[in-house]
Design a protein around this ligand. Structure first.
Ligand code: 475
Length: 839
């Protein structure tokens, strides 16, 4: 018998020693084996990346059994599966996270040390998959971690961008963008599944006809077809057997392409077409201040959504005779409007391809989708010109018109003779250039709509989606964001995690509310001393990293005052800069002033096309250049711009913060999630009543939070009453001095033009009310400075921040989604004894 024994049945091979074994000797052997057989290297020739790859495969082997068992359980069982559709997943590196979730960190560390290597150095080799811009993409990553940790059957569907978010360099104080080549050295965490690739059509026209049986049928004749190949990555839960799948789609030219009739004899034409197909998943779009209606972005969105829905239908039909109960097996969450083209696409698949009646298809569709909104900024709401839409997706435009026709008929009954209502609710914006309103499409096509913090949801109901709320109040709910404590505490802040677990046990890692048990130690001098020691160690580590990455030497005993997030006018990093200038001026006036030493740390990327945001970076670095080098300052103030802020580089940032800057204009930040990471790691917040800040303050207590600034209604009121920033500027000497210094070139080697656009926008418009909030911010910062002088009182507040941040776990958020939106239950995964025994 030539057949290899046990070939078709993995458990029969019983390769536990080589590929699942967890004793140190086996791990060392597996690591050496992978280095030789996968990387093709001997120890003497291996690069640090080879070692990283060998280790990554060693770890991947150890979660494959869980992964395949999870997939099989979902397929065979009568289970409801959550499909999280997101154009972005900002995962961060996998290796460290998988070691922690598998519970093998210490063993691997020992095995690697005994192999003569340094685990930290290998972990640092991983190029993070930066497949997202910021908050929205990172939220998706936290949510798939929590879904797996809570043993919820789930698939994350998205795009495998060849180039993720650009790498940022700072040159002469300006941002410079470098393409992100994350796949350059291969990606050991993904497995391509070309055997289940799908076809996606684009462009062309639609044919309507009556078939032989007398049925109205529709035939979409595209002018282009693209192949969607899934790349799967396991997402392992924390200390459970659930390993869910993140399925990211790559666009390729269809196999048949080169030989299609119209390309015969046109080899170069065929190659061009191939390149154009593959362009669809080449690059992540940055979230500019203004969303731009770019054809390629629409193609991207449609491509991944169509691939994902076709994949769900394929899976469903493996076990079911027809699609009648599709919505009982899949709950599909739309992460913002980017995947909202899913609504007409599911209609098309059901009606055109599976010949279902419109009414039934609409029932299924509107019981499948739920929509999360992430922004209140009107300029960020997606719209597509009808003309462009019709060119790329002619059939979908017809379907949208039909959805709209039926929807507006319903509106007419509800609001007779009310053309204004019809116009404001319509899926089509008829003013100016006709366009499709994607948020309206998402609202009409979903059974649930949610905002991402209490205030944000209220504002959605009151303003942005008010008319939809009036129509369907029962669809709306709030789901305050959360972050995963595994990455954001356990992995990034091991010192703090160990201290907490020594005091209250380690159940907090999966039940974050248990952090409350720390409250009883908040006044305990011994515990306070340990707490301070942990914070101090983290600050030392960040100090080291700052020196390495920027050359700036900072004082680890100074207050670390940190603002890390995308650079945007509404987030107001320039308000922070005005505070720095104000402190600097105080020191210049009185060099012996008793000033609490501070290190101001900034990090964040500006969208490449967002000029004002790039100028804000230049302002921060320019202020830093002056402040850091002025002898009168005597190192009491330091300003650092950490380049290339990403998940990896954020790792040392949150644990080292004393003060978290959350200073957006009230009513503009939907939630924020960085605010939660800081508070969990024991930083105090200085913030406005915006987004989730409101809830953080509620949880930690007003006495442990530095509040300043106008409220959302006050912002509105001031604007209505003719707010004039020019008057504020003239009436406030401190503010006037700071602005005048920028304007006269004090921070720009005499160049008076450099910052003019930024200053003009503040002096003559000030859309984001910096000047209105300036004095209150400065006064509040003075209170922060005073409070920091009292070490013990500060430490108590720090402990209470951590102790009371349990609400901001993504586990809590996901439990709410499961119970109130998706109606899904945990499904524990069984594991063969021999795999389990080792763990
Ligand atoms: C909010 N990104 C945060 C976070 O809910 C909130 C937009 C267009 C294209 C690509 N990306 C985007 C966002 O809109 C985004 O990141 N929004 C953020 O979502 C999670 O915490 O307040 O600004």
């Amino acid at each position: 018998n030539e057949e290899p024994q046990g070939f078709v049945c993995v458990p029969e091979i019983r390769v536990e020693d080589d590929r699942t074994g967890l004793d140190i000797e086996t791990l060392k052997r597996a690591f050496a084996d992978n280095l030789f057989y996968i990387q093709g290297k001997l120890g003497s020739m291996a690069t640090p990346n080879d070692y990283y790859m060998a280790l990554a495969y060693t770890v991947r082997d150890r979660l494959l059994q869980r992964w395949l068992n999870s997939a099989q359980t979902y397929l065979r069982g009568d289970v409801k599966v959550v499909c999280y559709l997101s154009a972005e997943f900002l995962l961060g590196p996998h290796l460290g996270n998988n070691l922690i979730n598998l519970g093998i960190y210490d063993r691997i560390e020992q095995a690697i040390t005994e192999s003569g290597l340094d685990l930290q150095e290998l972990i640092a080799q991983e190029e993070e998959p930066g497949l997202g811009n910021g908050g929205l993409g990172r939220l998706a990553a936290c949510y798939i971690d929590s879904l797996a940790s809570l043993e919820i059957p789930a698939i994350g569907y998205g795009i495998r961008y060849e180039f993720g978010i650009f790498d940022q360099e700072i040159q002469d104080g300006w941002q410079v963008e470098i393409t992100d080549k994350w796949l350059r050295y291969g990606n050991p965490w993904e497995i391509a599944r070309p055997e289940i690739a799908v076809e996606v059509k684009l462009g062309g026209y639609v044919d309507h006809y009556v078939d032989d049986a007398g049925n109205y049928r529709t035939h979409w004749i595209p002018d282009r077809e693209v192949h969607g190949v899934p790349y799967d990555t396991p997402i392992l839960g924390y200390r459970v057997n659930t390993a869910n799948t993140l399925r990211l789609w790559k666009a390729e030219a269809p196999e048949s392409f080169d030989f299609q009739a119209f390309n015969v004899g046109d080899y170069y034409g065929a190659v061009d077409a191939k390149i154009s197909s593959e362009n669809i998943t080449k690059v992540l779009y940055p979230n500019d201040e203004q969303v731009q209606g770019k054809r390629l972005r629409l193609e991207q969105q449609y491509f991944f959504v169509s691939c994902s829905l076709q994949d769900m239908i394929r899976l469903y039909l493996l076990e079911n005779p027809n699609l009648d109960n599709f919505h009982e097996t899949f709950a599909v969450q739309l992460n913002d409007t980017h995947p909202s083209i899913g609504v007409p696409e599911l209609m098309r698949l059901l009606v055109d391809e599976h010949h279902m009646a419109w009414e039934q298809a609409w029932q299924i569709t509107t019981h499948t989708f739920a929509y999360t909104n992430h922004t209140l900024l009107p300029e960020a709401l997606e719209k597509w010109s009808v003309q462009l839409f019709g060119r790329v997706l002619p059939r979908h435009l017809e379907i949208i018109y039909e959805i709209n026709r039926r929807f507006l008929d319903m509106v007419r009954i509800r609001y007779p003779d009310n053309d204004a209502k019809l116009a404001s609710l319509s899926l089509i914006d008829e003013l100016g250039k006709k366009s499709v309103r994607m948020a309206h499409l998402a609202c009409v096509g979903s059974y649930a709509i949610n905002g991402v913090a209490q205030l944000h949801t209220e504002l959605l109901k009151k303003d942005v989606l008010h008319d939809f709320y009036a129509l369907w109040p029962e669809k709306f709910s709030n789901k305050t964001n959360g972050v995963t404590p595994r990455r954001w505490v356990v992995q990034n802040n091991p010192g703090l995690s160990k201290l907490i677990s020594r005091k209250i046990g380690d159940r907090w890692i999966t039940h974050l509310d248990e952090l409350r048990k720390l409250e009883q130690f908040a006044d305990d001098p011994q515990f306070q001393a340990q707490w301070q020691q942990v914070k101090q160690n983290c600050k030392h580590q960040l100090t080291k990293q700052i020196k390495e990455r920027t050359g700036v030497v900072v004082d680890p005993t100074s207050m670390f005052d940190i603002q890390v997030k995308r650079i945007h006018e509404y987030k107001r990093q320039h308000l922070n800069a005005l505070h720095i200038i104000t402190l600097y001026n105080r020191l210049k006036e009185n060099p012996d002033l008793d000033l609490q030493p501070r290190t101001f740390i900034f990090g964040g990327k500006a969208a490449p096309g967002y000029f004002m945001a790039k100028l804000m970076i230049k302002l921060i670095t320019s202020v830093g250049e002056v402040v850091n080098n002025d002898p009168d300052v005597r190192d009491r103030l330091k300003v650092v711009f950490l380049p290339d802020y990403n998940v990896t580089n954020s790792q040392r940032v949150y644990p080292a913060a004393d003060l978290s800057e959350q200073i957006s204009t009230a009513g503009k930040e939907a939630s924020g999630t960085g605010n939660m990471k800081f508070s969990l790691n024991g930083a105090l917040t200085i913030g406005t009543l915006d987004g989730a800040n409101v809830e953080i303050r509620e949880e930690v207590g007003a006495e442990n939070f530095f509040l300043f600034g106008l409220t959302t209604p006050e912002v509105k009121e001031q604007k209505a009453n003719g707010y004039n920033s020019w008057d504020v500027y003239n009436a406030n000497p401190g503010l006037k001095k700071a602005i005048d210094m920028i304007s006269c070139g004090f921070f720009s080697h005499g160049d008076q033009q450099l910052f003019k656009p930024l200053l003009d926008s503040l002096l003559y418009d000030d859309k984001y009310m910096l000047f209105a909030d300036y004095q209150d911010y400065i006064d509040c910062q003075d209170r922060v400075g005073d409070a920091f002088k009292h070490k013990d009182a500060w430490t108590k507040m720090s402990i209470l921040n951590t102790a009371r941040s349990g609400k901001f776990s993504s586990d809590r958020a996901i439990r709410e989604y499961c119970q109130e939106i998706w109606q899904v239950e945990p499904v524990p995964i069984e594991l063969q004894e021999y795999v389990q025994a080792n763990a």
